[in-house]
Design a protein around this ligand. Structure first.
Ligand SMILES: CC(C)(COP(=O)(O)OP(=O)(O)OC[C@H]1O[C@@H](n2cnc3c(N)ncnc32)[C@H](O)[C@@H]1OP(=O)(O)O)[C@@H](O)C(=O)NCCC(=O)NCCS
Length: 302
């Protein structure tokens, strides 16, 4: 039977998440990386789904511009989703089952879930898969910056700074401050992500003389981290790592290479640099402040 294409529904989320894991497991096998989880181990999968993947998959779908899947006789073969934030459409997911790749399903999914979305600007956080990269470039979205992973077991670190950690009187004022920082670094705002991130991770707001100077999120996954002044990046990273250390977590960050201050700090700190997970910031516009920004891990959205 020919596959059919239809919009993703809430009831599909676990099935599309399984496609995500199966296709990335295969990609990891090809590139010498460990699998995300063994999908034949139902207990391991269910634990990961409930603890990590379900919140993320539900958040993206609840705030998605569009999501499409391909299915054959009830089996999900592949899917793609994107979110719209201000003028920017960002592809968040693009995955096809290993046995069904290279047959045009990706082309059809990307067309429906990304290229046909009316939007002045486009953005993708891409891995190094040539099949994906070639599709993205043919959609007019090109690599602007390489992204490296750094990771270690979080430890308390101290960096001298005059920044203060604090909060604003209300969540609305805090969201407004976050929006202003995002606008000046990314070129767009995404309050939906901040609301969700604050439920999943610890948010720290940084101030200088009472004025917001940056922010960061710590948790099982770290990021995003932002500093209006690049000199503040090391202090913000140190504070977020120290926070992560309190819960015995790993501190891992996805750093755009444009962020030289962060790269230098992390290398000087002896972090393990993992080029196996190299990604690309692809866009058809130039974000103003990638030199002062660290992405949210895992790389579904900025
Ligand atoms: C990326 C992915 C979704 C693409 O799905 P797909 O169904 O295989 O895609 P399609 O068959 O429509 O298109 C693949 C294209 O890549 C091209 N391609 C493959 N390898 C290539 C290479 N080394 N250089 C250039 N183009 C290449 C193919 O020629 C094909 O283009 P064509 O249709 O014009 O011939 C799928 O490969 C996948 O799930 N990969 C693993 C997960 C992943 O890496 N996802 C991307 C996350 S950013």
């Amino acid at each position: 039977m020919l596959p059919i294409f239809r919009p993703i529904k809430t009831a599909d989320l676990q099935n599309i998440a399984r496609v995500f894991v199966a296709s990335l497991n295969q990609r990891h096998l090809e590139t010498g990386l460990a699998p995300i989880v063994d999908l034949s181990d139902e207990t391991a999968w269910n634990t990961m789904w409930e603890a990590e993947r379900r919140p993320l998959f539900e958040h993206v779908s609840a705030h998605a511009a569009v999501g499409w899947l391909a299915e054959d006789d009830g089996e999900v073969l592949g899917y793609a989703r994107s979110i719209q934030r201000d003028d920017v459409c960002q592809l968040t997911d693009f995955f096809v089952l290993p046995g069904r790749q290279h047959a045009g399903l990706g082309r059809e999914l990307l067309s429906r879930a990304f290229e046909q979305v009316e939007s002045p600007s486009r953005l993708i956080l891409a891995n190094s898969n040539p099949a994906a990269l070639s599709r993205y470039m043919r959609a007019g979205v090109y690599p602007m910056c390489t992204i490296f992973d750094f990771e270690r077991k979080a430890r308390p670190v101290s960096v001298e700074t005059d920044l203060e950690v604090g909060s604003l009187p209300s969540e609305a004022e805090e969201l407004e401050a976050l929006n202003q920082i995002d606008k000046s670094l990314l070129g767009y705002t995404r309050p939906q992500e901040h609301t969700w991130l604050a439920e999943q991770r610890s948010r720290l707001m940084f101030f200088r003389n009472g004025t917001p100077a940056g922010y960061g999120y710590a948790g099982r996954w770290s990021g995003p981290l932002a500093a209006l002044d690049d000199n503040d990046m090391p202090a913000i990273m140190a504070q977020i790592e120290t926070n992560a250390a309190k819960s015995d977590a790993t501190f891992g960050v996805m750093v755009p290479l444009a962020n030289r201050t962060a790269m230098t700090y992390l290398i000087d700190q002896g972090f393990h640099l993992d080029t196996g997970h190299t990604m690309y910031f692809m866009a058809d516009f130039t974000p103003p402040g990638l030199d002062r920004y660290i992405l949210s891990m895992p790389g579904f959205f900025t």
